[in-house]
Ligand binder design. Structure first.
Ligand code: FEO
Ligand code: CA
Ligand code: CA
Ligand code: CA
Length: 623
């Protein structure tokens, strides 16, 4: 037992509570008859350009970029030369699959809706002639917006394995131009009003959709992460940028794409309020393709990573969220009202305003292993007009600035958050922060203990009294990641039986309490110091009861592994391979993988896709 863990146990309650927490062995005991927890053959770290999983398992490919989503009568085939139109793309799988969930349509978990995010675009792959040589056009802007957002597809498992149901009455693409509603305290307020929507209550589209959440009533929450990169404008307009615009990165001239030249709502110099309508959690009803998605402003605006839901002891909803930038915060939202139980249409209707009223908190992690949730409420703790917050809408739209004033802890890039299904413990990946401790930047603290943090880690906490609505908690690190052989890495894993990894990002607890960890080392860094021995991005399975972590999958060159969901019967694991080939290390904008359609770079355009992974004997995944 590491000192870190022992201190956590001592600080966070009685010995009996500790046994209840770590000694449950829910994964271990419940599976004894069906297979040994983490009994699979571990996969070595590898720079192999392909998917590698344990030999006891098999994988199938589902829904690569460009695959028809399945809207009846409107299923354009993928053009391998990227010749599909913008209109075609709005009916096909988007690019860069990310957060994902499986909603069963039967009791057995063999038919359901797979709902996934499409985070961003690779414009060189998306268009026949790319944009470097070919330049931008209005059609390319539309195609790019259509390649992000969310897909809802129906899938079914038969004798041939998992197959997409084509067509399906559920099939739907939500994308960067889909009409949606804005609700909650910021809706209709001055900063949300634009020339196209003077009421400030409606917006076109969602994009930069990274991690996700699922509500108890069966809706999907998609999170708008790096929305800032899509807004731009003439460089000289940057001089007028406000501190809030700089903090959120919406500064003219620093854009990633040239949307603003062809679609004026993306021009910050002409429509400064448009970016206030992005950076939110968006609720989508996957069972009703006609339902209008809703941006829930009560949850705060940030570079939204996950929106992980759980229920407090008194029945209120709790949503945990990370803001993935260096030195940004971890948040939680506690609803005012209680969750109406059930997942049918009546329950969804009864809960349709639950995410509009409640309290947003930011987390502070103290050096003694305790922590506090600090409310972001206008009129309290300095959040007033003198500090630049006219009302609660300002507090929510500029949640980062509010977090500064109340004293949240600046974290090493919070990514996914997962709640243990039995203990209620909350785990968050802190992916890395190479600037920690740099001149002019915050130094180390107890929760972020490494300067120049290349490898990241996983931090966890337990809410006081086991109640998700509590305002205090005890915390420690589950793992500090890294290559133990790397000088100065200070690697600290939870047990001697923990495989190494770096830059953890995706995180998912299955129903048995196994923790699936996915990594996102940047494409430029993979295979190079200090990441050399960590290989390509990968997925690992951890048993928090024992501290063991075992590598389960390694991915193709240049990819990130992200998006993870285990079916309720625990016999299928869905995983996304995002941006294979992205390393671009040949210097001319080429890609270093052709996965899955080719075996060598250059043979085909690499495509993000979903894997359906099962044990060959049909057993529980993770055994
Ligand atoms: Fe899209 Fe923070 O990962
Ligand atoms: Ca992520
Ligand atoms: Ca990441
Ligand atoms: Ca990525």
């Amino acid at each position: 037992m590491t000192l870190d863990r022992r201190q956590f146990l001592l600080r966070s309650g009685s010995a009996a509570a500790v046994v209840a927490l770590f000694g449950q062995g829910c994964a271990s005991s419940g599976l004894a008859a069906q297979g040994k927890v983490l009994g699979f053959t571990g996969v070595p770290a590898s720079l192999h350009d392909g998917v590698t999983i344990p030999p006891e398992y098999e994988w199938q490919l589902l829904y690569p970029w460009g695959t028809p989503t399945g809207v009846a009568g409107r299923m354009p085939a993928f053009a391998a030369d990227a010749g599909n139109s913008a209109d075609d793309q709005a009916l096909q799988a988007g690019m860069h699959h990310d957060g994902m969930h499986f909603f069963p349509l039967d009791g057995a978990g063999e038919r359901g809706l797979l709902v996934m995010n499409h985070e961003y675009t690779d414009e060189q792959l998306l268009h026949v002639d790319g944009v470097k040589a070919g330049g931008w056009s209005a059609e390319k802007v539309r195609k790019s917006l259509h390649a992000m957002g969310v897909s809802v597809i129906e899938i079914r498992r038969g004798p041939e394995g998992w197959r997409q149901v084509l067509p399906s009455p559920f099939a739907r693409r939500v994308h960067g131009r889909t009409p949606m509603r804005i609700s909650g305290p910021a809706a209709g307020t001055p900063r949300m009003r634009t020339a196209a929507n003077p009421a400030g209550d409606a917006v076109l589209g969602t994009f930069a959709n990274c991690a996700m959440g699922v509500t108890p009533w069966g809706t999907y929450l998609t999170c708008e992460e790096n929305f800032h990169g899509y807004f731009g404008g003439p460089k000289e307009a940057a001089r007028a940028a406000t501190p809030a615009q700089r903090r959120y990165g919406t500064v003219a001239g620093s854009q990633w794409v040239e949307y603003w030249r062809f679609d004026e709502r993306f021009d910050l110099s002409r429509h400064p309020n448009e970016p206030h309508r992005f950076g939110w959690v968006v609720e989508i009803d996957p069972f009703d393709p006609a339902a209008t998605p809703v941006k829930r402003t009560a949850l705060g605006r940030k570079r939204q990573e996950s929106a992980t839901c759980t229920v407090a002891k008194d029945g209120r909803l709790v949503v945990y969220m990370g803001d993935d930038s260096r030195f940004e915060y971890i948040y939680k939202f506690v609803s005012r009202d209680k969750v109406h139980p059930g997942t049918d249409a009546a329950a969804r209707a009864a809960n349709s305003h639950l995410l509009d009223e409640g309290t947003l908190y930011v987390a502070r992690y103290d050096a003694d292993g305790r922590g506090s949730w600090l409310p972001l409420v206008h009129g309290r703790d300095g959040l007033d007009a003198a500090a630049g917050f006219a009302d609660q809408a300002d507090v929510l739209i500029h949640a980062r600035l509010a977090g500064d004033i109340v004293g949240g802890t600046k974290m090493d890039r919070p990514e996914w958050i997962a709640v243990h299904p039995q203990s209620g413990e909350v785990y968050v990946t802190l992916t890395n922060n190479s600037q920690r401790g740099d001149a002019g930047k915050p130094g180390t603290d107890a929760a972020n203990p490494r300067a120049n943090n290349f490898f990241g880690g996983i931090l966890r906490w337990r809410e006081d009294g086991g109640d998700a609505a509590a305002t205090g908690f005890g915390w420690n690190h589950f793992a500090l990641a890294g290559d133990p052989a790397q000088a100065g890495s200070g690697a600290r894993y939870p047990s001697a039986e923990a495989d190494m990894f770096g830059a953890p990002d995706g995180l998912h607890f299955d129903r048995g309490g196994l923790l699936w960890i996915q990594t996102d080392m940047s494409g430029q860094a993979i295979g190079k110091p200090p990441y050399t021995s960590l290989g390509n991005n990968q997925m690992l399975c951890a048993d928090p009861a024992s501290g063991r972590i075992k590598r389960f999958l390694t991915g193709p060159n240049g990819c990130e592994i992200t998006g993870c969901v285990v079916t309720p019967d625990r016999r299928t694991l869905f995983v996304n391979i995002q941006h294979p080939g992205e390393a671009r290390d040949d210097g001319d904008g080429g890609h270093n993988s052709a996965w899955p359609d080719g075996t060598a770079p250059g043979q085909a355009r690499p495509r993000s896709a979903t894997l359906a992974i099962r044990r060959r004997d049909g057993g529980i995944v993770g055994t």
